[in-house]
Design a protein around this ligand. Structure first.
Ligand code: NAD
Length: 286
């Protein structure tokens, strides 16, 4: 088997560096009398959601950000959840909050997310914040797209004028990332692919940068990748051993110039961007 030649895109290391910067910014805010505070609302007892929340909580502890977890039972009504959101919107000690998705049925996720005050939308996924991104005046940027951009910049991968293929048009990753990378000043030429795209492999093969946000194991294989391209796996699934694996086949490393590791790299960056957004929001109160 040919040896890997690609440089690994190490999101974990970059996230650790970002957490140190966030800790400094949070300490500076505390000196100015503001304790940055994040609240995470979790409904029900999904093990994966609990694990994500635990990691976010650990990152808050490491960076000196106050974190409260509001745990609600799976039977919580829509009205009760909207009341909790309204209370958090009103609470001046809470700088930002998020509702961990997915919500148990029959709760209406769209209605809940729309009820969050856009100024406290630390996830950047409220329609007002997505609209600002679309309008070219981004404010609070969605965390995973911001993490992907940070990873590309950290590795000094040229973006302006380059062909970028994004697989997946979901509202958390693919669609906002397409808006972010095509902003004036970032200037990528973006193609947004999805499950109904024709010629997906050929389009990916023309790309200088490939970001897969589909959640399909091995979706991007080495035959689809232009030699030297940067390939980022955001989509995650569980393999037979229950481990998290990205959309990028291992053999891609034989042709790509840069590639994320098999077991992911972007999750830690997503969490770092959440805290970066929180500290930026808290700074407005200082
Ligand atoms: P989503 O379900 O909203 O969107 C998935 C998209 O992928 C859809 O547009 C669908 O058309 C496309 N797709 C699925 N299979 C495809 C295929 N075989 N070919 C082409 N397109 C295909 O998901 P989302 O919320 O946008 O998240 C995308 C993925 O990223 C998920 O796997 C999610 O778990 C992961 N994710 C990772 C992080 C992280 O921090 N690493 C953060 C958020 C989401």
């Amino acid at each position: 088997m040919p040896a890997s030649r690609a440089c690994l895109l190490d999101g974990e290391a970059l996230a650790a560096r970002l957490r140190r910067e966030i800790a400094t910014a949070a300490a500076d805010l505390r000196v100015r009398g503001v304790t940055p505070k994040l609240v995470i609302v979790i409904v029900g007892d999904r093990a994966d959601s609990a694990a994500y929340v635990a990691r976010k909580s650990a990152d808050c502890a490491e960076t000196g950000i106050a974190a409260d977890i509001v745990r609600l039972p799976a039977q919580t009504t829509q009205a009760r959840l909207l009341d909790v959101v309204a209370e958090l919107n009103r609470d001046p000690a809470v700088h930002g909050f998020m509702v961990q998705l997915p919500l148990p049925a029959p709760l209406d996720e769209t209605a809940v997310l729309d009820a969050i005050d856009p100024a406290k939308d630390v996830d950047g996924c409220h329609p007002v914040n997505l609209g600002r991104l679309l309008a070219g005046t981004p404010d609070i940027v969605p965390c995973t797209p911001a993490g992907v951009l940070a990873l590309l910049r950290h590795h000094e991968i040229a973006i302006a004028g380059r062909a970028v293929a994004i697989i997946g048009r979901g509202m958390l990753v693919g669609r906002p990332l397409s808006m972010l990378l095509s902003l004036k000043g970032i200037d990528a030429t973006v193609t947004l692919l999805h499950s109904r795209s024709r010629d997906l492999a050929a389009t990916v093969h023309r790309a200088d940068i490939v970001v897969s946000a589909a959640g399909t194991i091995g979706l991007v294989d080495k035959t689809m990748v232009k030699p030297g391209a940067a390939v980022i796996g955001v989509g995650i699934s569980s393999d037979a051993d229950g481990r998290t694996v990205s959309d990028i086949d291992d053999a891609v490393a034989q042709v790509a110039g840069f590639v994320t590791p098999r077991h992911g790299s972007v999750g830690a960056l997503t969490r770092a961007m959440l805290l970066k957004n929180l500290v930026a929001i808290a700074a407005r109160a200082a």
